[in-house]
Structure formats: C-alpha cells, structure tokens
Design a protein around this ligand. Structure first.
Ligand code: ADP
Length: 550
C-alpha cells in the first residue's frame, strides 16, 4: 500500500510536472510565433531596403563622388541643349542632376552640383548666352528660385538617406535581437527536450487526421523515426492497443464536444510487440469564433512505474500471505482443539451407536439419532478445516461484494478456542441490514484475525481484572460504508506505541514480527477505507476501520 501511495504521489508529481511542461510548451510556442513574426517583418524590411539602397555614398572614393556632381551637371547641360531647349523646361535636368548627386554622392558633391548648375544656367541659358552676364533682377529671382529648388531636392534626398541609415541600423538591432531570442529559444528547447526525456513525457498537437507537431520524446515513446517526418494519424492510431482504441476516441471526442480537457490512460503496441502504458492529458484549443484549432496532448510513458507497482503489489501480497500463515501458526493449538472437539464427539456418538446396535433388540431409533449427530460433528470439523484452508491458501486478490458480518463471524469462530484458553470473553454487537462492502473477503478476514489475536495477546499480559473482547459492526453513513471496532481491556497504548503501531517491524512482543498492523492498514487503505487506534478509559485499546460499501 505504501508503494501504491508512493505510486500515487509519483503520479501527482508527474501530473504537476506535466502541467508545468504544458505551460512551458505554450509559452515557447507563443515565443516562437512572436519570433517568426519579427523575422518575417525583418526580412520584408530587408527586401525593401535592398531595393531602395543600391549603393552607399560613404563607401565611394571622394573623387568619384565629386565626379558624379560634375558628370550629372554636364548631362543636364547636354539634355537642355539638345532636347529640352524648345520645351521651356530648362530647369528640370538641373534639378534632377542635383537630386541624383545628393542621392548617390552625398551633400558635399550636392553643393558642388548646385554651384555648377547655377553657373551653367547663367553661362549657357541666360541671355546673353555663352557668357557670364550681370544678373538682372528677373534672373536673380529665377536663380534664387533654382537654388531654392535645388536645396529642397538636396534636403529631401539627405533626409531620405538619413532615414535609410536609421532603417539599416534598426535592421541590425532587430537582427541582433532575433539572434539573441533565437539562441534563448534554442536553449529553452534543449532544456524542454531534456525534461521530456527525463520524465518520459512527450507533447503532440493534432486535429482530426492531421498531426501538426510531435516532440522528440513523443517519437521515442511511439517508436517513430523523426527523420521520416510526421507520421500520419492512421499509422499512429494503429499503434493504439485495440482494446483501448474506441474508448480513447470517445474520450477525445467528448472533450472536444464539451470544450474541456481530458485525462486518460491507454496502451500502445509497437511493431515488435512491446506494450507501453501511457497517461495522457489533452486540451482542445479553439479559435475566437469557437472552431477547433488543434488538440494539444501530453503523454507520459508510465510503463516502468506500472511494472514496479505490479512487482510491489506482488511482494506485498506475498508478505501479507506470510503474515497470515504466521498468525494462523500462533493459533495452531487452539485450532487443533477446535477440530479435535467435533472429532472426539463423533467418536463418542459412534461408540454409542455401536452399543445401541448390539442391544437385543437393536435400538435403531437411537442408532439413527447417533448417526445424525456424527454427520453434524463431521461437518463442523470440516467447516473449521475449510476456514483454515481458505485463510492459508494463496489466492489472488478479488473484488467481490462481501457480507462483512459473515466474514467476521467466521474469524471469531476460528479464534473462539484461543479466547477461551486465555479466559477472554467475547461479545459481539452487529447492526442489522449492513450493506455489503467491495473487496477481498480473505484479506478483510486477515485484518480481523490480526486485530483479534493482538487483543487476546494484549490481555494475556494483564493479571487481574476482566478480559473482555468486544467486536462491533455498524453502518457508517459519514464514510459511506461500514465501521468495524475491536475493543479490549488490555494494557492499552502508550504514546510511543500510538505513534509507531502501524510502522513495519514495530513490535513489543519477543516472538513478534511487527508486520501485522502495517499489513492491516495497507489492506484497508487499498479497499478505500481507514484503520486507526485509540486508547480506552479506564484501560484497553480500540482499533477501528471503515470500508466503503459497494
Ligand atoms: P506483532 O503482533 O507482531 O507485534 P503488530 O503490527 O500486529 O505486530 O503489532 C505491533 C505492536 O502493536 C505490538 O507489538 C503491540 O505492542 C502493539 N499492539 C497491537 N495491538 C495492541 C493492543 N490491542 N493493545 C496494546 N498494544 C497493541
């Protein structure tokens, strides 16, 4: 039982770990989504910038940059001469030249381009042509306008380049942040994978027949190769134990329908025939408009734990059996007496029958009575032997609806002689119409046997005073079953005894094993009940246990 308590503790610890892992997985998935969005935004921005930033002015040698100023103004002059003169659009090529220079070569060459443009305009295109002329008021206004326009173009180009530089810087910072977060994400993923490996807990996400995701551990548990990609759900379903498949399907379907989480256990069978026990907790995830997005499912491989529990259980059963045989051993003298009594009686009746037969005339009526009594005594002896055999036999645990009062009466019958030999009077108080309890009859009888033998042994030690054993069975509505009490008038329980009674190997008897009460408690707890002891006034001890009804 201790082991099964440990099992339950381990199960609840695993449950907690699982909840935590689920939280972490959700966190990681959110983090990953955020990062991929940042990455997407980053790459989009990079594409735009690559398109808009053909070359950086700062990386060009100075001479080339100023050369661009001269060249662009020269091209503007050429354009004006040969193409645009007649269209009254003299200014446009120069504005373009200034803009291009600022854009490609920077502010310095831009200023040079403005100066060259003004000079060229004056020299080539203001009357008189081909000479620097004193500038008339109209020309001054015109040139000032030109310079203003050129400055404006230059300013716009400069601002744009500055914006691009800021953009580039932002991109670099963004990339650094992304790299940092990616590294942290990878670290978390490593820890998560390690945690999953240690706890044999995997995560998967699916919807209908599609599996979106499976963690490393889930592949390991199910025996799939991650290199082959996500297996299809049909293959996965085939690995579920045929006896568990429909139930599992129904449980998941119900959880989705009721929008609740499910918690279940099932078996899988690998291609080599290995059977694994899994415990799974799943959570259906819905979109804001209530449509099922996916089911996130965590699965723990509890095969090893199951095996260990089974081994403990078997060891515990063996120990309980050994203890029962030992207790019965202590009763050998009394039981022998109990069997001897009917046999002696039968022999006496047989001798009497012989006398009635040899009488003249033979008294057949008396013979018949004697024979009936022999049969009765024979049956009585047979019943005692049968009870002893049932208690000593090694049988697997059963779950039956047990009439607890009958089971207890049988144990009282077996210990009656032992009580009488020790001058103990036994009183019983059984309530009427007790409900049946769910459990193993022989195990429950073992508990009673231990409690009764302990009580008789405790009272053996007291000198004077009444030795009374009182056994009561009542319905216990507050515990939803029956309550059994075994009370004696022995020395009672010291405070040390009280705190250690149920510990294995705690005994105050020279020939004691100290296993009886600890086994009794595990049996009662395995039946869903409780066993405890209290000292009585003015003396004695009261042991009580409860067992839930069927
Ligand atoms: P064992 O009978 O082999 O000692 P148990 O586990 O049955 O092992 O009992 C442990 C100890 O509890 C006993 O040795 C005894 O000291 C104490 N004990 C059990 N039942 C009683 C009782 N009815 N009155 C007083 N002490 C008891």
């Amino acid at each position: 039982m201790n082991e099964s308590i440990h099992g339950e503790c381990a199960a609840s610890e695993l449950q907690d770990q699982l909840t935590e892992l689920r939280g972490r997985v959700t966190g990681l998935i959110e983090q990953q989504t955020a990062i991929s969005e940042v990455l997407r935004a980053g790459s989009g921005m990079r594409q735009v910038m690559e398109h808009r930033d053909p070359s950086s002015p700062t990386t060009m040698p100075g001479i080339l940059r100023y050369g661009i100023a001269v060249l662009s103004v020269a091209i503007a002059i050429g354009l004006d001469f040969f193409l645009l003169r007649h269209f009254e659009a003299i200014l446009t090529p120069f504005l373009l030249a200034v803009a291009a220079t600022v854009w490609y070569a920077g502010t310095g060459p831009g200023v040079l381009a403005i100066v060259l443009s003004v000079l060229s305009l004056n020299y080539f295109f203001l009357r008189p042509f081909f000479s620097f002329s004193p500038i008339s008021y109209t020309d001054l206004v015109y040139l000032t306008f030109c310079i203003f326009c050129a400055l404006a173009v230059g300013w716009v180009s400069g601002a744009r380049r500055r914006a691009e530089q800021e953009l580039r810087q932002a991109r670099e910072e963004l990339e650094a942040t992304v790299a940092e977060r990616t590294a942290s994400l990878q670290r978390s993923e490593r820890y998560l994978a390690e945690a999953q490996r240690l706890t044999h807990c995997g995560v998967t996400a699916y919807k209908g027949s599609t599996i979106f995701f499976g963690s490393e551990e889930i592949y390991r548990i199910w025996g799939f190769d991650p290199a082959q990609g996500v297996p299809n759900r049909k293959t996965v379903l085939q690995r579920i134990h045929p006896d568990d498949r429909d139930r599992l399907d129904a449980e998941v379907a119900r959880a989705v329908r009721e929008k609740t989480r499910y918690s279940t256990a099932f078996r899988i069978v690998l291609p080599d025939g290995t059977v694994k026990h899994l415990e799974s907790i799943g959570q259906p995830v819905f979109s804001t408009n209530g449509k099922l997005v996916e089911v996130v499912d965590t699965e723990i491989d509890v095969t090893e734990r199951k095996r260990a529990e089974e081994a403990y259980r078997e060891a515990q059963m063996a120990l309980a059996h050994a203890n029962r045989v030992a207790t019965m051993g202590q009763l050998t003298a009394s039981i022998t007496h109990e069997v001897n009594q009917p046999i002696t009686a039968a022999v006496t009746y047989a001798l009497a029958a012989r006398r009635f037969l040899s009488a003249d005339p033979p008294n057949y009526g008396e013979v018949n009575d004697a024979l009936s009594l022999i049969v009765k005594e024979g049956n009585r002896a047979g019943e005692v032997v049968e009870r002893v055999r049932a208690l000593v036999k090694k049988v697997p645990a059963r779950k039956d609806a047990v009439a607890i009062d009958d089971a207890i009466l049988e144990v009282i019958a077996l210990t009656r002689a032992e009580a009488a030999n020790n001058s103990v009077s036994v009183r019983t108080q059984f309530a009427e119409g007790l409900p049946r309890v769910q459990g193993d009859r022989v195990q429950l009888q073992q508990v009673m046997l231990n409690l009764i033998v302990n009580a008789i042994q405790a009272m053996r030690g007291i000198g004077e005073g009444a030795r009374e054993l009182q056994i009561g069975v009542n319905a216990d509505p507050s515990e939803g079953g029956v309550r059994v009490g075994v009370q004696d008038t022995g020395p009672g329980l010291s405070s040390e005894s009280l705190s250690r009674l149920f510990e294995p190997f705690y005994t105050t008897k020279p020939e004691g094993m100290g296993m009886g009460l600890s086994i009794c408690r595990s049996i009662i707890e395995a039946h869903g009940g409780r066993l405890w002891a209290v000292p009585c006034e003015p003396q004695g001890a009261l042991f009580q246990f409860t067992i839930p009804a069927t």
